[in-house]
Design a protein around this ligand. Sequence first.
Ligand code: GDP
Ligand code: MG
Length: 166
Amino acid sequence: KSGFVAIIGRPNVGKSTLMNQVIGQKIAIMSDKPQTTRNKIHGVYTTNDSQIVFLDTPGIHKPQSKLGEHMMKIAESSLSEVDAVLFLIDVVEGLGGGDRFIIENLKKVKTPVILVMNKIDQVQPEAILPVITAYKDLYNFAEIVPISAIKGNNVNTLLEQVTKYL
Ligand code: GDP
Ligand code: MG
């Protein structure tokens, strides 16, 4: 099986960290400052029976400028061309305006969206369920997978789930 997967989410939710955890090398620029990843960076994950090309898509967030709007359009069209979308969220911060904006835009594409709840290393297990409920109310996600991108927790499960949509 092989296919293309876009990683989207607000700045600082852990998109680059996840890419690096999956690909196993530092190919995306990481920073605490938002928007240091300027371009779509392709990482290829290969196993004996599958190949997944990851796109680290920085443009999906509430536009602050004309340039932002332009980037949003590029990001939206790239979402229609992939086999699955990984929508990363930060479980510590939970649902806010930025994520609501992204979800509204996800409704414009038919691609299956996997909700990836990142940074579970930062919260108590019982804090995760209310966050899941809040997001589920807004969108019919194909899968919901809690992970810690930085520690690698549950990332293998995520890859298994992704493979189903290739
Ligand atoms: P991006 O803007 O979405 O690409 O986010 P980054 O990958 O650059 O991560 C933003 C910040 O969150 C960095 O300081 C990361 O070290 C941190 N981070 C990413 N994933 C995790 C995680 O699973 N747990 C914790 N505790 N921090 C994380
Ligand atoms: Mg990044």
